[in-house]
Design a protein around this ligand. Structure first.
Ligand SMILES: Nc1ncnc2c1ncn2[C@@H]1O[C@H](COP(=O)(O)OP(=O)(O)O)[C@@H](O)[C@H]1O
Ligand SMILES: [Mg+2]
Length: 473
């Protein structure tokens, strides 16, 4: 996932001058969605070096010392700012990083912006409707953060919450063995309070059959829960590859619901809709509430930026807020990335006010870094003649695919192109990027064929670059 890997990739694969890859992503992507890209020779490959080589801004205190010195850490690993570099500026940079750094999900309410509707829907589904919930939406939209903050809130209401992140290797038996190992045995009806068994620490795990077991046996144990309610959060459910896992979870939902067990599942994952995540399972539909995660509203973007403002004692001016809101397209991840970088630019210039120029520079840097983080093959494909010729099509495809799982149809692209294109022509052009130039992949479903960008970061890069181009125009 490019967003999460970004920082590492950036250092491994920085778009070096002379690599034939445009240096500044934004400049490379031209001034209007309708215009083709400039030729490779027009691209300023040195720009990336300039943009990423802000050593003075990155290490403002170091820059003041005489002679060339290597950069140092600002703070010790225990978060104490080192004595001789202990400056107001360094402190604020760190505070800004803590407030707006984008590499981790939010885990506490104080740093969680907006999302009141989603939170309220989630709580009502769990508390009033007593159903299982499926939270779905695109990468970086804030599913894991919502899950963590919801867990904190539920724990305050004395729910026993177990958070589990699913990996590609997730296996039903192992996963739920470890879940049961985290539920104290005293919550089982078979254990009398004050009995020696109840006094003893222990979990529900030994109550499972030894060896393989299924949803039915698991529900049997869980149906015995008393004195608490258990919430099991299964995060990143889309990553599970084992179809048996999904079948068993659907079966578990059915069994738990039939037995009115005091256990509810909260499943989160990248998907366009419920069926895609949990499979087509009409028998459990009435036991599930779906919660689609929508893009952040402008007021929520403002709220998030305000956290950076408070922490680092800076202020984003109106134009900066507008630009960040526009470029981020409701992604909290992008709001943080842009807000953080723009704030650093202002602090680097020893200003408290973050102005349009700080933010614009931040956008350029984010786009350039983003582009440099793509595999070279993809970067090279993006500057090929065919990509330049079909630039509006690619941007329209990126917009069409900007929801949840990234799949889109020919019709979606036609709609984005605003009626200037025919479905036949669009399909032919899309196929070019599947078959000849490896930028898209294609799948046949029950309905129309679907396409998506074969590398996840590409569509966000294209939409950002196009939005910036429009902005400049
Ligand atoms: N409500 C929010 N307030 C502040 N930051 C958020 C919020 N939601 C998400 N983020 C930030 O956005 C990024 C992506 O969030 P994450 O929860 O990991 O998304 P997902 O699980 O959907 O991929 C993280 O850096 C996280 O800190
Ligand atoms: Mg997540």
């Amino acid at each position: 996932m490019i967003w999460k890997r970004k920082t590492r990739d950036m250092t491994e694969d920085g778009g070096a001058p002379g690599s034939g890859v445009p240096g500044s992503g934004f400049d490379a992507f031209e001034t209007d969605v309708g215009s083709p890209l400039p030729t490779e020779s027009e691209l300023d490959a040195g720009e990336a070096a300039r943009l990423s080589g802000r050593s003075a801004a990155d290490w403002p205190m170091a820059a003041l010392e005489p002679g060339p010195i290597l950069p140092r850490f600002i703070a010790s690993a225990s978060d104490e700012i080192e004595g001789d570099l202990s400056s107001e500026l360094a402190r604020r940079r760190l505070l800004l990083r803590d407030a707006l750094g984008a590499s981790q999900p939010v885990t506490a309410r104080e740093t969680f912006a907006g999302r009141r509707d989603a939170m309220s829907t989630l709580i009502k589904a769990v508390e009033e409707q007593r159903v299982h919930v499926v939270v779905y939406g695109e990468r970086g939209i804030g599913k894991t953060s919502l899950a963590h903050v919801f867990a904190e809130t539920a724990r305050e209401a004395r729910y026993h919450v177990i958070y589990a992140s699913c990996g590609t290797a997730a296996n039903f038996g192992d996963m739920f063995r470890s879940v049961l190992a985290r539920i104290p045995r005293i919550y089982h009806a078979s254990v009398l309070p004050n009995s020696p068994e109840g006094e003893k620490a222990g979990s529900l795990e030994p109550m499972l059959p030894e060896g393989p077991y299924g949803a039915r046996e698991l529900a049997e144990v869980l149906a015995g829960l008393v004195g608490t309610r258990v919430l099991v959060i299964l995060d990143e459910y889309d990553r599970v590859v084992d179809s048996n896992f999904r079948r068993e979870v659907a079966e578990l939902i059915k069994n738990l619901s039939d037995r009115a067990a005091r256990v509810q599942l909260v499943i989160t994952g990248v998907a366009l809709n419920l069926d895609e995540l949990i499979g087509y399972a009409p028998s459990i539909r009435r036991n599930i509430a779906g919660l689609p995660m929508s893009p952040l509203a402008p007021a929520e973007v403002r709220e998030l930026l305000r956290m950076g403002e408070r922490a680092a004692e800076i202020r984003y001016d109106k134009d900066s807020v507008a630009l960040i809101t526009r470029m981020a397209g409701g992604s909290p991840y992008l709001v943080r990335l842009l807000g953080h970088q723009a704030g650093l630019n202002a602090l680097g210039n020893r200003r408290d006010d973050v102005n349009y120029s700080d933010t614009r520079t931040a956008v350029e840097k984010v786009i350039a870094d983003w582009q440099a983080s793509l595999p070279r093959r993809i970067q090279a494909n993006l500057v090929r003649e065919e990509a330049r010729t079909h630039w509006p099509l690619l941007v329209a495809a990126a917009r069409a695919g900007s929801t949840a799982d990234g799949w889109f149809t020919v019709d979606d692209v036609v709609t984005e192109l605003g009626g200037n294109a025919t479905p036949i022509g669009v399909e032919r052009d899309l196929k070019l990027f599947v078959n000849v130039i490896d930028l898209l992949e294609r799948r046949e479903g029950h309905g129309d064929p679907q396409f998506r960008f074969s590398y996840p970061g590409v569509s966000a890069l294209l939409t950002m670059a196009a939005a910036m181009a429009r902005q400049e125009a």
